[in-house]
Design a protein around this ligand. Structure first.
Ligand code: EPU
Length: 432
């Protein structure tokens, strides 16, 4: 049993560099397979989701060469249709992008239904609606998304998304980039990673306009050719370090970020009493004195991101008063609350709302990472708590954070990954 062990109660101080964006790379790596050429992708985060994606792409026939820890060269010249490894694909969420990519390149796709964090019901109806509007026949059968376009090439269409969906916006963009004619996505998601995918595709010869607004126009092109592209920094990793600094009363320079992407997060942290300063492509944060409570509602970008709700809740659980948090994006974001309560947090959840009554301090406990951001919240709480926190199920954290422990240790945190014998092994040892 691998655990993260945190001895908390100590402010973190120093500088930390942010890695490439998980949700950008999760789309851009599959998107390289739309390119009939060689793509060099830089600033790739070393996370387990990326390893799974690259392994699957290799199995699908792409040439995958890792140049160094954050750069890969992907050669999809003359690729033949291959379905890849459905078992691998079912383990992560971003694999739904292979549907748009394979439809765009080969006019057919068979891809396992996505996995990823259990955040409640996570339908993909808007993806399927968009792909059907582009002329594909799409069915979900035996856990697979099976799609095909009869004459081999999708055709442009106007698509209005019923919900603002990052995944559906990107998937439709991927499928439409080589379709015949013009595609318009209305009520599109505006997240930085949507823009990053559009920028990547445009740099390879696509014609996508309006990414970052709620109307995206895609003019289909015949061919994409290769080139070099650098992934944007991870907005949520940066937000997690800023929040950890605020929770511990620390002082941290978070480097290699796009401060504009962090505005909804830094504005909240300032409202809570932290001192925040933009310094070029870095953000400095310092917290002295007790944190103030705030009310918070998650929203699609540029609103406060759902992926930062757990970490900020951990921070608010030691604020001087009561905060009210409302989740509007995911169905089941609050699984971590039970774990945080073991550490002494006072939080009541009713449907999509959580009432957080700040306590003087949290105390270390044995907890688990219920999902990726829930795990990050446990780390934030553990760093701020008095005593030792042991976090189990850390594979969830490793899916989305590059070397979280190492980066925190550089900031002076007492945190390590340890192997602990499973309870039955311990019992055996005790009886021996
Ligand atoms: N939705 C639908 N139908 C659809 C698609 C989405 O009803 O066809 C709903 C969802 O159920 C949800 C809302 O729309 O209530 C937003 O979902 P969205 O499609 O935007 O999310 P996603 O593509 O499934 C991505 C990230 C998530 C992040 C969300 C929201 C990836 C691989 N995942 O998920 O990342 O929470 O956007 O920003 O890009 C994470 O990083 O921890 C994470 C879970």
């Amino acid at each position: 049993m691998t655990q993260m062990v945190v001895r908390g109660g100590k402010p973190i101080r120093g500088e930390v560099g942010i890695s490439g964006g998980k949700n950008a790379v999760g789309a851009i790596l599959p998107a390289t397979m739309l390119v009939d050429g060689v793509c060099r992708i830089e600033n790739i985060p070393q996370i387990s989701d990326v390893s799974l994606l690259l392994t699957n792409m290799h199995k699908m026939g792409a040439g995958v060469n890792t140049v160094n820890k954050s750069t890969a060269v992907i050669d999809s010249k003359g690729l033949d249709y291959h379905e890849g490894d459905q078992d691998l694909m079912s383990r992560i969420r971003a694999t739904y992008y292979f549907v748009g990519v394979m439809l765009g390149r080969f006019g057919k796709a068979r891809v396992a239904m996505p996995g990823g964090c259990d955040l409640g019901v996570r339908p993909i109806d808007q993806h399927l609606k968009g792909l059907r509007a582009l002329g594909a026949e799409v069915e979900v059968e035996n856990g697979l998304i099976c799609a095909e376009v009869k004459n081999g090439r999708l055709r442009g269409a106007s698509i209005y998304l019923d919900v603002v969906s990052v995944g559906a916006t990107i998937n439709i963009m991927l499928a439409a980039v080589k379709a015949r004619g013009k595609t318009v996505i209305e009520n599109a998601a505006r997240e930085p990673h949507v823009v990053d995918v559009a920028n990547f595709l445009n740099s390879m010869g696509a014609d996508i306009r309006g990414a970052g607004t709620s109307v995206i126009r895609i003019y289909g092109v015949e061919k994409l050719s290769g080139g070099t592209y650098t992934i944007i920094p991870d907005q949520i990793e940066a937000g997690t370090f800023l929040t950890a600094a605020a929770a511990t009363g620390g002082e941290v320079l978070v480097k290699n970020v796009i401060p504009k992407h962090l505005l909804s997060i830094t504005a909240k942290l300032e409202e809570m009493g932290a001192e925040v300063e933009e310094r070029g492509d870095a953000v400095f944060i310092r917290r002295t004195g007790r944190l103030r409570p705030v009310n918070l509602k998650t929203m699609p970008y540029p609103g406060f991101p759902t992926d930062m709700l757990p970490q900020l809740t951990a921070c608010l659980s030691i604020a001087d008063g009561t905060s009210v948090i409302t989740e509007t994006v995911s169905d089941n974001r609050y699984k971590f609350v039970g774990e945080l309560s073991r550490m002494g947090a006072d939080i009541q959840v009713d449907g999509k709302t959580a009432v957080v009554r700040g306590v003087e301090r949290l105390s270390g406990s044995r907890v688990k990472a219920c999902d990726l951001r829930a795990g990050a919240a446990m780390v934030v709480a553990g760093l701020a708590a008095r005593g030792v926190t042991r976090i189990g199920d850390i594979h969830h954290i490793e899916r989305g954070y590059e070397d979280m422990c190492g980066k925190l240790r550089n900031l002076g945190a007492d945190i390590s990954i340890v192997e602990e014998a499973a309870p039955d092994e311990l019992a055996e040892k005790a009886m021996a």
